[in-house]
Design a protein around this ligand. Structure first.
Ligand SMILES: *[C@@H]1O[C@H](CO)[C@@H](O)[C@H](O)[C@H]1NC(C)=O
Ligand SMILES: *[C@@H]1O[C@H](CO)[C@@H](O)[C@H](O)[C@H]1NC(C)=O
Length: 312
């Protein structure tokens, strides 16, 4: 369930305004009011306990229930603070192992399913690329540098939005790399039958394979999360992931973020680092506290990924 964050912020303010006066001039009206305030305060405390402060900057809010979310109850409670839920803008989804419906749910501009999100990003960035077709085709007078600047800020930025959260298989990465190269060729206006090798294309565009860019983002985001307060949902879900890890579920092993991160680590030479247990996670958390060290590690990981691939 989502609603604009204004409501949440106002709700939080409401709680901080709750009087803590102890003057006991009890009357019935006041009791009722007091009870109301307590209810709101309880709800707010509950929310504050479970929500990271950043929620105040996001533009929507989620309510998660194990079986269902009593939206009426939420509405009623909020209504008492003069807050309205915009039902038209409220999205409901069911998270389940069997279902896939949730994968097309949008969260802060990103679809929950990686595959779905990548497809959407491809579509959106191609639309942006096509809009600028005149620049790429007729733009002889426009310097290549300028074109590339335009590409990076108006097209690539759309393609890679939130890409640090993607967990892609090798073949999915290859497909994305090819997609990216196709866009670059369009920017340089290189058309069949003219050919350009991958490496000279990357050189001319001062670009790298997109999978490298994604990897860098992945490790930047991971480091950021590891430096954050341990109370945030990300830590909770990482912990519960490793708590259930090893318990085999039927079906092919999923390519999840920890799997991809571990694979990144496994390419390092003389490597002692991995990410398969909670202890590994805590060890990486230690390293992440030192930004310099984390940057160095990320650089080593990138270099290992850039090296010609060994068959795995
Ligand atoms: C570029 O790389 C891809 C994937 O490695 C390969 O299939 C393709 O043939 C290469 N293209 C050229 C022109 O070398
Ligand atoms: C992360 O959260 C778990 C609880 O889910 C907690 O046990 C763990 O200690 C937290 N991480 C750190 C570094 O404290």
């Amino acid at each position: 369930m989502m609603m604009t964050v204004m409501m949440m912020m106002m709700l939080m303010n409401e709680s901080s305004c709750v009087r803590s006066s102890h003057d006991d001039d009890d009357d019935d009206d006041c009791d009722e009011e007091e009870e109301e305030r307590k209810k709101i305060a309880d709800l707010t405390n509950e929310l504050e306990k479970t929500l990271p402060t950043e929620i105040a900057y996001a533009d929507d809010v989620d309510f998660v229930g194990l079986n269902f979310v009593d939206t009426e109850e939420v509405q009623n409670t909020l209504h008492k603070c003069n807050l309205l839920v915009n039902i038209d803008k409220t999205e409901f989804t069911t998270l389940s192992r069997a279902g896939t419906e949730y994968k097309n749910t949008k969260k802060v501009g990103t679809l929950i399913g990686d595959e779905e999100d990548v497809e959407r990003r491809k579509r959106l960035s191609n639309a942006a690329l096509t809009k600028l077709l005149n620049v790429w085709i007729k733009g002889d007078k426009i310097k290549r540098k300028t074109k590339l600047k335009l590409y990076r800020s108006l097209v690539k930025s759309i393609l890679v939005y939130n890409c640090g959260t993607w967990a892609l298989t090798k073949s999915e990465e290859e497909k994305l790399n090819a997609f990216h190269r196709k866009q670059l060729r369009k920017v340089l206006n290189i058309k069949y039958p003219v050919k350009i090798t991958n490496s000279s294309l990357y050189n001319k565009c001062e670009e790298h394979p997109l999978s490298i860019y994604i990897l860098e983002n992945r490790w930047r985001l991971f480091g950021h999360i590891l430096r954050r307060n341990i109370e945030i949902p990300a830590n909770k879900s990482m912990n519960s992931y490793f708590a259930t890890h090893g318990k085999k579920f039927r079906g092919r092993p999923l390519t999840t973020l920890p799997v991809v991160l571990n694979k990144d680590l496994s390419r390092l030479q003389e490597n002692t680092l991995q990410l398969t247990t909670r202890e590994d996670l805590e060890h990486l958390r230690c390293i992440a506290q030192n930004r310099q060290q984390w940057r160095e590690l990320s650089t080593r990981i990138r270099k290992a990924a850039e090296a010609p691939p060994s068959d795995d």
